[in-house]
Design a protein around this ligand. Structure first.
Ligand code: FAD
Ligand code: DLZ
Ligand code: SF4
Length: 512
């Protein structure tokens, strides 16, 4: 009896469910760098280089542990270009009785895998994905019967279930959430530690060359590749975060600074999402830092909330609402994606910074993704289809299970409020408060109308005005609509005209 165990590029851990119970003598492990996965959207070059290199290093570590691994690299003469074809090829060459895979992170691939059994004419077992703390059923049980699905309440259930940051059944420090202490802008001259970086080894360099050759037309830069590609190096990233950044993480979680893409964030999403790091070890290290007095509770709780709250919730949300989530567009947004999202060619300094850093690093931190890039796409009414595609392409941590709820539900309100109690819409003043971007900008954040006015200002009121019918009865929007009704109608008219003119320029692909 021989089982073929397929390991995908984002399942790089030796306890992944597909490998559990393996017989090293008789079973096969298959991993493959395939064009279908690398180009179903034109992923950032660094994302492909990162995953291919991490896959190669992981395959080597499995071989060192005595597993019988077949690794099909991109230029392999038997590379079949797609996961199923590779599995089929393998089954034709070897005496395979059945196939075992771990549930993939994207709905399109799950659907594909569900059809493999019939075509292969042998059993294909799709095992639950054990890269998360709680199961899809845990989310479904929690969500059942609810009309609104707020992360905060889900998070409390996960805290209770796991006991993380719980003291005698109560939340540590007496409160579930310390977010009110986590909204500070960065003071001048407060220095940010350098991110943890690694020089590419020969294998990584070979992959970088391969990506440069085969994926030249993909978005993003391959320069200064410095990601960890092994579990050991990913653990170094985690340890240095805990020591150097976690104490300030909470306070400056929402802050943005020119030329500082990495801030006090952890930079572990790449590794958590491809399996090199495990949720439990990440959370437990942060809690040890709190227990030993190395990091304050607002930082540790804030970080733990991101990992066991947001990340687990987003994953549960995706599978609970797919496939409907993919086509939702509650605000009926139809605009195409502005070209500046590919080029960074804009006079809007905040956007220029965030797009350029995304191009350079395949990374932007949460507030850049949410309140600069996402906010602009929401206010401009860009079609969720194009926004989802962009976010899936550009970040090295992006897989649809995590990208789509963040995009469709969190930034675009496309799900009509199932995730967020109101749209995350903001004018330039929010960006001005949380960053130093505005002082370097061609536009003036203080002005609301006219050629020098910050586009976020008039786009914000255009958004509020055009969605009045849908949003005015939302209690959390009541104050905004009261403010709108009290504003000078002439000024409102002027802002709406400026916004229309701006959006026409955007559509005509003129520089804004
Ligand atoms: P930190 O700020 O240090 O946070 C710690 C960890 O918490 C992250 O590594 C991540 O695993 C988790 N986390 C925090 N917020 C979220 C969230 N909203 N959803 C899920 N996990 C979260 N994250 C991805 O991993 N992949 C994506 O494709 C992705 N797309 C996003 C798109 C948009 C529009 C927005 C607003 C957010 C998106 N996020 C995504 C969430 C978040 O921005 C990133 O997880 C974070 O920026 C990664 O950097 P970090 O590891 O330094 O995170
Ligand atoms: C993202 C990605 C890329 C770029 N390449 C591969 C690959 O060549 N082989 C592979 O097994 N997986 C790859 N992946 C990750 C898959 O796309 C991922 O497993 C699915 O999107 C489900 O999350
Ligand atoms: Fe961005 Fe407006 Fe500030 Fe310029 S003025 S950086 S466009 S928020």
């Amino acid at each position: 009896m021989a089982t073929l165990r397929l390991v995908l590029g984002d399942q790089l851990r030796d306890d992944i469910s597909a490998l559990q119970g393996i017989n090293k003598e008789t079973d096969f492990v298959l991993m493959a760098e395939v064009n279908a996965e690398a180009s179903y959207v034109k992923h950032h070059k660094k994302k492909i280089a990162f995953l291919f290199s991490a896959m190669r290093h992981f395959a080597r570590s499995l071989r060192d542990d005595g597993y019988n691994v077949t690794y099909i690299d991109y230029d392999h003469k038997h590379n079949k270009g797609a996961l199923f074809k590779q599995v089929q090829w393998f089954c034709e060459k070897h005496a395979v009785d059945d196939v075992v895979v771990t549930h993939p992170g994207e709905h399109r691939l799950l659907q594909d895998m569900q059809a493999w059994q019939d075509t292969l004419d042998k059993p294909v077992e799709i095992r639950a994905d054990n890269r998360f703390l709680v199961s899809q059923d845990f989310f479904a049980d929690w969500a059942e019967g609810k009309k609104q699905y707020r992360m905060e309440f889900f998070y409390r259930e996960v805290r209770k279930k796991t006991g993380y940051l719980m003291e005698a059944g109560e939340p540590a420090g007496g409160k579930w959430n310390y977010d009110s202490q986590n909204r500070e802008p960065m003071p001048k001259n407060h220095s940010v530690p350098d991110p943890t970086t690694f020089k590419p080894d020969d294998e990584t360099q070979a992959v970088i060359d391969l990506v440069a050759k085969h994926f030249d037309d993909h978005f993003g830069s391959l320069e200064n590749f410095h990601f960890a590609v092994t579990r050991n190096d990913a653990l170094v990233v985690l340890n240095e975060f805990i020591e150097q950044r976690l104490p300030d993480f909470g306070q400056y979680q929402d802050a943005m600074v020119t030329g500082e893409p990495w801030m006090f964030h952890s930079h572990i999403s790449f590794y958590l999402n491809c399996g090199l790091l495990r949720v439990e070890e990440v959370v437990e290290q942060a809690i040890i830092a709190y227990d030993s007095g190395q990091a304050p509770l607002n930082s540790v709780e804030g970080f733990v909330r991101q990992v066991i709250g947001w990340r687990e919730y987003i994953r549960g949300f995706y599978w609970y609402f797919m496939p409907d989530l993919a086509s939702q567009n509650a605000l009926q947004a139809t605009r195409k994606l502005p070209e500046l999202f590919w080029t960074a060619d804009t006079d809007m300094f905040c956007l220029q910074q965030c797009v350029q850093e995304t191009k350079d690093n395949a990374y932007a931190h949460h507030i850049q993704r949410l309140m600069v890039l996402g906010n602009f796409l929401l206010l401009s009414g860009v079609d969720p289809k194009w926004v989802n595609e962009w976010y899936l392409i550009v970040y090295a941590d992006a897989y649809e299970w995590v990208e789509m709820p963040n995009v469709s539900s969190m930034i675009l309100y496309a799900d009509d409020g199932m995730l967020a109690s109101k749209p995350y819409a903001a004018s330039g003043s929010y960006i001005n408060k949380m960053s130093d971007y505005c002082k370097n900008c061609h536009y003036s954040v203080k002005e609301k109308t006219g050629t020098q006015a910050c586009p976020f200002n008039y786009l914000y009121w255009h958004f509020i005005d055009r969605h009045k019918e849908k949003l005015q009865d939302n209690p959390r929007m009541a104050m905004i609509y009261r403010t709108l009704s009290k504003m000078d109608p002439k000024q409102v008219q002027h802002m709406l005209e400026d916004a229309d003119a701006f959006l026409s320029k955007l559509d005509a692909n003129e520089k804004v």
